[in-house]
Design a protein around this ligand. Structure first.
Ligand code: 1HE
Length: 260
C-alpha cells in the first residue's frame, strides 16, 4: 500500500489502487478530535486524490474516536461556538456527500463527536470492543456535530435523548440492533471486511453510487409526493447511463459487470 504524507497527530492517509484508508492518528488521546483533525478531514473530503473510488475510515490504537478534544476545546463566546459547530456540520456533510462512499471500522470509543463522524459514513462495521456513547450530558454540553439529525435519524429522538440523559453506552450487538452499525464482526475480521466491501462498492456503477449517496437521504427529508417524483427523476437518469446498459447486459450474459 502506498502511503501518503504521514500527518502526525491528525490523519494517516494510505492509498491502495482506488481505495483510500484514512486512520485517525492520535492514539495517545484516543483519537479525540481537535481543530487540526477537523481541518484534515475537511481537506481530504473537499479535494480527494484523483482516481479514488471508495474510502475506509478508522482509528489507531484500538479506538475510532473519543469525540471532541476536551483539552483543546477553548472557551468561546456563543457566536463563535455557533461557527465552530457549523464548521463541524460542513465537514460532516462533506464526509457524507463528497460523492465517495465511506466505510468506517468502529472499535473502542465511538463517543460524542466520534459517533457524529461515524454516522456521516455510509457503511459501518463494528468489532466487539466498540462503545457507542453520547456523554455530553456528563460534560455539561450538547451535541454540535450533527448528532441530532444523523444519530436521531437512526435511533430516533426518544432513544437518543435517553442515551444522552443517562450517558449509557451501547456495545456491538446493541449497535447492530439499533442500526448504529451494519456489521458486527471479530476484531480480526473488521478491516478485511471493510476492504472487501469498499472493493465491492468501488466496482459499482459510479452514477448509481452517486445517486444512492446523494438522493436517498434527501428524499428521506421530502414529503412523500416530492420524494416519489424525485425518485422517478433519479431512476430515469440512472437508466439512461452507460452503467445501466453494462449492468443489464452483464446480467443477461451471466458475467460480472465492468463499469470503470
Ligand atoms: C482525551 C479525550 C477527549 C481521551 N478529549 N483528551 N468525549 C468524551 O467525553 C470522552 C472522554 N474520554 C473517555 O471517556 C475515555 O478517555 C475513553 C473511554 C475514550 C478511553 O478511556 P481510557 O481509560 O482508555 O483512556 P484515558 O486514560 O481516559 O485517556 C487517555 C488519554 O486520552 C488521556 O490523556 P492523558 O494526557 O491523561 O494521557 C485523556 O485525557 C485523553 N483523552 N478522550 C481530550 N475527548 C462537536 S461537539 C462533540 C461533543 C463531544 O464530542 S462530547 C464527548 C467528548
Amino acid at each position: 500500500m502506498a502511503t501518503g504524507t504521514p500527518a502526525p497527530d491528525t490523519i494517516d492517509i494510505g492509498i491502495d489502487a482506488d481505495i483510500a484508508t484514512l486512520t485517525f492518528n492520535r492514539p495517545d488521546k484516543r483519537n479525540a478530535i481537535n481543530d487540526a483533525l477537523v481541518d484534515a478531514l475537511d481537506e481530504f473530503f473537499s479535494n480527494p486524490p484523483k482516481g479514488i473510488n471508495a474510502v475506509i475510515l478508522t482509528g489507531s490504537g484500538g479506538h475510532f474516536c473519543a469525540g471532541l478534544d476536551l483539552a483543546e476545546h477553548e472557551q468561546r463566546d456563543p457566536i463563535d461556538n455557533v461557527f465552530h459547530s457549523r464548521n463541524w456540520h460542513a465537514v460532516m456533510d462533506r464526509i457524507e456527500f463528497s460523492g465517495l462512499p465511506v466505510v468506517s471500522v468502529l472499535r473502542g470509543a465511538v463517543i460524542g463527536g466520534g459517533l457524529e463522524i461515524a454516522t456521516a459514513t455510509h457503511v459501518r462495521i463494528a468489532d466487539p470492543t466498540v462503545r457507542f456513547q453520547l456523554p455530553e450530558g456528563r460534560r455539561g454540553i450538547f451535541v454540535g456535530g450533527g448528532a441530532t439529525v444523523r444519530v436521531g435519524n437512526i435511533i430516533g429522538a426518544d432513544r437518543m435523548r435517553e442515551m444522552m440523559l443517562t450517558g449509557r453506552s451501547y456495545g456491538a450487538d446493541e449497535g447492530i440492533a439499533l442500526g448504529l452499525s451494519h456489521y458486527s464482526v471479530s476484531a480480526e475480521e473488521a478491516l478485511p471486511l471493510a476492504h472487501k466491501l469498499a472493493r465491492k462498492i468501488a466496482d459499482n456503477a459510479p452514477f448509481s453510487n452517486y445517486l444512492m449517496i446523494q438522493a436517498l437521504p434527501r428524499i428521506n427529508n421530502m414529503s412523500q409526493g416530492d420524494g416519489l417524483f424525485t425518485e422517478s427523476l433519479a431512476a430515469a437518469m440512472s437508466q439512461t447511463t452507460d452503467g445501466a446498459k453494462e449492468g443489464l447486459r452483464a446480467f443477461l450474459e451471466k458475467r460480472e459487470p465492468k463499469f470503470r
